[in-house]
Design a protein. Structure first.
Length: 344
C-alpha cells in the first residue's frame, strides 16, 4: 500500500515538507483507538529469537532507525510501533541551530537515493532531553555533534556538553564527526583530534554511575589508510564500536537530474561501499570491533549482506523512506528465517 499508493502521492511534494507532514500524520494515527496494536501486529517483530545483546544492551531486534530522521526526539514513541529494535536520535548539538538554508533535501528517484545538506538542524540538547524524560523502555541512541560556529579546536567541549546532558536518557552514544554538511567537521576524523576527543569522552564516562557505550560514526569516503587509523583509534581508546557509514560526497554512476546537489548522498548507491567498509574493518582488526551497518539498505538482502560482512546490527533511513515500514518486518523475517535454518 505504501509503495503503490502513499509514496507516489508524497513524492509529488517537497521532501522536507513531507518529512514534517509524516511526523504529524503518524502522531495522529497512533491516537486512533487500537491503532498502536494494529501497527505492532502489522509491522512488529516481537520474537525472542531476534533479540541481540551488544555493548551490554539488549536489542529486541537488530533493525534500528538511523540518526537524522528523528533529530529532536519528537517521534521516537510513535516510531517504536513500526517494529524498530532501537531508535537513534540526533544529531544533537549543545545549542539549537537552524541548519543550512533551504532547499536542502533532494530525492534522486531514478537512483533510489537522497541528497541532504541539512547541517545539524536541531532544537538543542536541552529540548531533546525534555522529550526523552518520558521514555519508558524504548532503546535510544544519542547521536551528538558540534555547533556550526564552534571551531574545531573547541569542538570537544560541545561533545562533552551533549554527553553530560543526554547521559541519563540514552542507552548509547554516537560521536558524529563524519557528516559532510558542517564545515570542517570531517577534519575531526584525523587521527590526533579524534583520539583526543574519544579519550576525553571515555574518561568522562568513567565518572558516571552507569557507563554508556560510545560508538563512532565514520564516513564512507575514507581511504584504506584512514580506515586503518580508525581501527587503531578504536583499539587505543577502547570505545565500544563503530557505525559504518554516514553519507557520501561521491556522485559516480548517478542518473537523476539533481545528482550534483551539494550534500551527503544516501540510499542504494551507497550500499556496496558501506558494506565493503564493514568487511575491511572486520578483516584488519586485531580484536572484534562491533559494527552497526547503515547505508543503502533497500531490501532484506541488503541487510543480510551487511550482517555477512561483519555487522551485528543494521539501521535504516533512506530505505525506510523509499520502501516504507514493511521493510523493517521483511528484514527481521529474513534474519529470523536464517537463524532458524542455522539452528537445524
Amino acid at each position: 500500500m505504501y509503495k503503490s499508493l502513499i509514496r507516489p502521492i508524497l513524492f509529488n511534494f517537497d521532501p522536507e515538507r513531507v518529512h514534517h507532514f509524516s511526523f504529524s500524520a503518524l502522531k495522529s494515527i497512533v491516537k486512533i483507538p487500537f491503532a498502536k496494536s494494529i501497527l505492532r501486529k502489522k509491522f512488529g517483530a516481537d520474537d525472542l529469537t531476534l533479540n541481540q545483546n551488544l555493548f551490554g544492551l539488549n536489542f529486541k531486534n537488530p533493525v534500528g532507525l538511523a540518526a537524522g530522521f528523528d533529530k529532536d526526539a519528537k517521534l521516537y514513541k510513535e516510531l517504536d510501533h513500526l517494529g524498530f529494535g532501537f531508535i537513534e536520535i540526533g544529531t544533537v548539538t549543545p545549542e539549537g541551530q537552524p541548519g543550512n538554508p533551504k532547499k536542502r533535501l533532494f530525492r534522486l528517484n531514478e537512483d533510489h537515493a537522497i541528497i541532504n545538506r541539512m547541517g545539524f538542524n536541531n532544537e538543542g540538547v536541552k529540548a531533546t532531553v525534555d522529550r526523552l524524560r518520558s521514555n519508558s523502555g524504548i532503546l535510544i541512541g544519542g547521536n551528538i555533534g558540534k555547533n556550526k560556529n564552534t571551531p574545531n579546536e573547541k569542538a570537544v567541549n560541545d561533545y562533552i556538553i551533549c554527553f553530560n546532558e543526554l547521559h541519563p536518557y540514552v542507552d548509547y552514544f554516537v560521536v558524529n564527526v563524519s557528516s559532510p554538511n558542517t564545515p570542517n567537521l570531517r577534519d575531526l576524523q584525523d587521527k590526533e583530534p579524534l583520539t583526543k576527543l574519544l579519550l576525553q569522552l571515555k574518561e568522562l564516562n568513567k565518572t558516571k554511575k552507569i557507563q554508556r557505550p560510545i560508538l563512532l560514526k565514520i564516513a564512507p569516503d575514507l581511504s584504506n589508510d584512514q580506515l586503518l587509523d580508525i581501527i587503531e583509534i578504536v583499539e587505543v581508546t577502547k570505545i565500544d564500536g563503530l557505525i559504518a557509514t554516514n553519507t557520501t560526497i561521491e556522485r559516480e554512476g548517478l542518473a537523476s537530474n539533481n545528482r550534483e546537489e551539494v550534500g551527503g548522498l544516501s540510499g542504494k548507491p551507497l550500499s556496496h561501499k558501506s558494506t565493503e567498509i564493514i568487511r575491511f574493518i572486520k578483516k584488519h582488526s586485531k580484536k572484534d570491533i562491533p559494527i552497526i551497518g547503515v547505508g543503502g539498505i533497500m531490501s532484506a538482502n541488503d541487510a543480510l549482506e551487511k550482517l555477512d560482512a561483519g555487522a551485528s546490527l543494521v539501521q535504516l533511513y533512506t530505505g525506510f523512506v523509499y520502501e516504507g515500514p514493511s521493510l523493517i518486518k521483511e528484514i527481521n523475517q529474513a534474519i529470523k528465517k536464517r537463524l532458524s535454518s542455522n539452528a537445524r
